[in-house]
Ligand binder design. Structure first.
Ligand code: PAF
Length: 167
């Protein structure tokens, strides 16, 4: 279950689904700088490790992967993974480098963890489709599992309000 932390009920749903399907459940927390544009505030992205760790434990995760930035992007890092076409429309129009950052980090997490299944919320519909395309195109032996959006009684999805205002 790849995440950027600041976990909420939507993430709980991902972890619960993983718990039902998998012998070992790994959750990653990494606020990925490459999916933020220079005008988007990476530093104000919410971070709450203690809360996140407790939520992972409470929902039965076995492994919490919380790498430091140098481990993911060392100084000489120079490779990206880009899905064309699908990333040029919708959110990709206003955030032209966003999905390349997402697919690069997700590909790296997949290679590091080598999961059989990976869980993504349907809320980020374009992200889900782009990741599915990446795994298909690159023959990654990983099943992408879409998970339903968790909604509050007022119909809004569960997400932290300070996430990029463009969402
Ligand atoms: O959806 C997210 O939280 C992020 O885009 C992801 C998939 C963890 C990649 O950083």
């Amino acid at each position: 279950v790849p995440t950027m932390g600041s976990l909420h009920k939507g993430h709980e749903e991902l972890i619960k689904r993983a718990r039902l399907m998998c012998k070992t459940v790994a959750v990653s927390i990494f606020v990925n700088p490459t999916q933020f544009a220079p005008n988007e505030d990476l530093n104000s992205y919410p971070r709450n490790f203690v809360n996140d760790r407790n939520l992972c434990i409470d929902n039965g995760a076995d492994i919490l992967f919380y790498p430091p930035i140098e481990e993911i992007y060392p100084d000489n890092f120079s490779t990206t993974v880009k899905v064309n076409k699908l990333t040029e429309v919708l959110e990709g129009k206003s955030r032209p480098s966003h999905f390349e950052g997402v697919t690069t980090i997700v590909a790296k997490l997949f290679m590091m963890i080598m999961p059989d299944f990976a869980f993504f919320g349907k809320k980020d519909a374009q992200q889900l489709i782009v990741i599915q395309k990446m795994t298909d195109d690159l023959n990654m032996p990983i099943s992408i599992i879409p998970v339903e959006t968790v909604r509050k009684p007022n119909g809004r999805s569960e997400e932290h309000t300070s996430e990029l205002q463009s969402h």
